[in-house]
Ligand binder design. Sequence first.
Ligand code: AMP
Length: 234
Amino acid sequence: MNQQQCRLKTIYIFIGPPGSGKGTLSNLCTSHFGWETLSTGNLCRKHIIEQTEIGKQIDFALKSGKLVSDSLITCLVEEWFEQISNKADAVILDGYPRTVAQAEALQNCLNTKFSWANIKIVRFSVEDEVVANRLGNRYTCTNKDCQAVYSLAKGSNLVPKRAAVCDYCSSVLGKRADDDMKAIQERLIVYHKHAGDLISFYGTQGYKAIEFNVDKNLDAVFTEFKQFACLHSL
Ligand code: AMP
């Protein structure tokens, strides 16, 4: 595939702890700008619900808040890139890469296939206590193709319109298996173990991470992100 055949111009890499709003901001960008998002977490959960061979292999890792193997995740991501590169000007990677090994694999894939695309690293910063509280209040659509995220926290703009039902597809809402306190703690430990190295890796490649304070309401975060995205024209 060459540049003429491919629309893809910008790749946003969202790095942030669980519950920092990466998925929610991605969805807003998808509906406002027509971008495509890859959430590796959603992709993993889809495999689990469909009980594919991959789903069976990764079920335990997801439930316990541990990472799926770098090689397996990278295969899924490369497959996704092949399908998507001609469908949008910009894509968001939500939750990938999560380790330096994944970042290196992604870099190889981009260098060979999408060398012209701009890469923007976006870091979501928020205290662990804030995200632990958000995750405790989080409910997700149980439809594997939707997985919309809601919050029952007071004052949140993610409260579903009808109790326990998804606004978009009317499926039942449920708690994610890894949104219990034990798995949340593990996911935060795993995040902090890798995030610094990931940011340093991108630094050595010449990509400076743009940091967003996401301990504020969604509209404010989106406004700030739009300003950033316009500055970095597609
Ligand atoms: P998320 O929906 O992004 O919070 O991810 C949920 C879970 O999916 C993680 O706790 C991991 O078990 C798995 N997962 C998602 N993305 C990755 C990744 N890039 N590398 C390894 N495991 C992942």
